[in-house]
Design a protein around this ligand. Structure first.
Ligand code: NAD
Length: 370
């Protein structure tokens, strides 16, 4: 049985509550002989600040570097509102992204049939939806220099952010999108604004070159990012994989997220460059939601986003496609059986807690693998 090294960073608020459900799954997969996982657990975010006065310790970073994948819960909360800026809980996540070189953020938007009515769009628009947004995560306007607010001679102030991309940055994110599409429905939609931005012109050229040279068998279309936003709420099922820069990806992935109902349902993966020797990528898997201080400590959180993030680790870090498919089916069945946590329950209906939902997924895993 293959064995993988996982670092668990539960974090703050509901992070530890939803991570507990993944620990049950890890034990289940191990007991079934499907895969072995060696796990280590460490602190991140406010919890790390309380213990070490930093948002992530050097020791936890060393463990992250050595792990085959990192599972991250959530960080932050009102308790740490006044800690020094460089030690705020989010700094732990930013350090992980930077030092592991996680340049590709994958956010699937999957609409489970049982939840199609929870979307703000009509059932026929979202039912069966299964798309992935691939967002460039370490470049673009969030990081480009100059980035400043200056006071001009006439007393006015001027703010500058710089949108900046190099060929290499675009090539590597395009490859992630094409590789992903090959394992799915074989279509990539590249979103930019070449009509008004030079970075959009280069983006379109480079994605086209990578396509022609390396992935001619994959269907490629170019779409203006604003139109892509419109199409996502009009008829999202036309897409398979959407690839875009950091800023457009931030916005489009939030639009896509809401097609599926609740924040508590959304997993994500962040991947780094392929190691030349092993072919393995550094990777971090985390739910899209935050630490939800309003419900933390009450056993109410929906664990499916965290469980789905573990499912993405099975698929993308360990190549355990059958196990990942099985887990997806178990989530679908648990929902189809009518179980709902509070965030996805219809008003007036009974909701189950975090551990009951996690247990239901395991029950379905057992039933499906009999
Ligand atoms: P949030 O995602 O924590 O919560 C938004 C709303 O969604 C809340 O009402 C919450 O109860 C609900 N919610 C979120 N996840 C849920 C789940 N699994 N099950 C049921 N309901 C769920 O966002 P926020 O309230 O804006 O931020 C709270 C804290 O989390 C802040 O400190 C923020 O900085 C931090 N945050 C962290 C991350 C991260 O760790 N990656 C991401 C976003 C926000």
């Amino acid at each position: 049985m293959a064995s993988y090294k996982l670092l668990l960073l539960p974090g703050d608020g509901i992070g530890p509550e939803v991570m507990r459900e993944v620990e049950k799954l890890i034990a289940w997969f191990r007991a079934q002989g499907i895969a072995g996982f060696e796990t280590e657990t460490d602190l991140v975010g406010g919890a790390a600040y309380d213990a070490h006065k930093v948002a992530i310790s050097d020791e936890a970073m060393r463990r992250a570097q050595e792990a085959d994948a990192v599972l991250f819960g959530a960080v932050g909360g009102p308790k740490w509102a006044d800690v020094p800026y460089e030690h705020r809980p989010e700094a732990g996540l930013l350090r992980l992204r930077k030092e592991l070189g996680l340049f590709a953020n994958l956010r699937p938007a999957i609409c489970y049939p049982a939840l199609a009515d929870a979307s703000s769009l009509k059932r026929e628009v979202v039912e069966g939806l299964d798309i992935v947004i691939v967002r460039e995560l370490t470049g673009g306007v969030y990081f480009g220099e100059p980035k400043e607010i200056v006071t001009l001679e006439n007393g006015q102030r001027r703010a500058v952010d710089t949108q900046l991309y190099t060929t290499g940055e675009i090539e590597r994110i395009a490859r992630v999108a094409f590789e992903l599409a090959k394992k799915r429905r074989n279509k990539v939609s590249s979103a930019e604004k070449h009509n008004v931005m030079k970075s959009g012109v280069l983006w379109k050229q480079v994605v086209t070159q990578v396509h022609q040279a390396e992935y001619p068998e994959v269907e490629l279309e170019h779409v203006l990012a604003d139109n892509c936003g419109m199409q996502l709420v009009r008829w999202p099922k036309q897409y398979d994989v959407i690839v875009c820069d950091n800023l457009f990806g931030d916005i489009l992935s939030d639009v896509a997220a809401m097609l599926t109902g609740s924040l508590g349902m959304l997993p994500s993966a962040s991947l780094g460059a392929e190691d030349a020797k092993t072919g393995q990528r550094k990777a971090l898997y985390e739910p899209v939601h935050g630490s939800a201080p309003d419900i933390a400590g009450r056993g109410l959180a929906n664990p499916i986003a965290m469980i789905g993030s573990f499912g993405m680790a099975l698929r993308y870090s360990f190549g355990l496609t059958d196990a990942a498919d099985l887990l997806e089916r178990a989530i679908t069945e648990a929902l189809a059986s009518g179980l709902r946590t509070k965030d996805i329950a219809a008003p007036g209906t009974n909701a189950v807690g975090t551990s009951e939902m996690g247990d239901a997924v395991i029950r379905e895993l057992e039933r499906l693998s009999r």
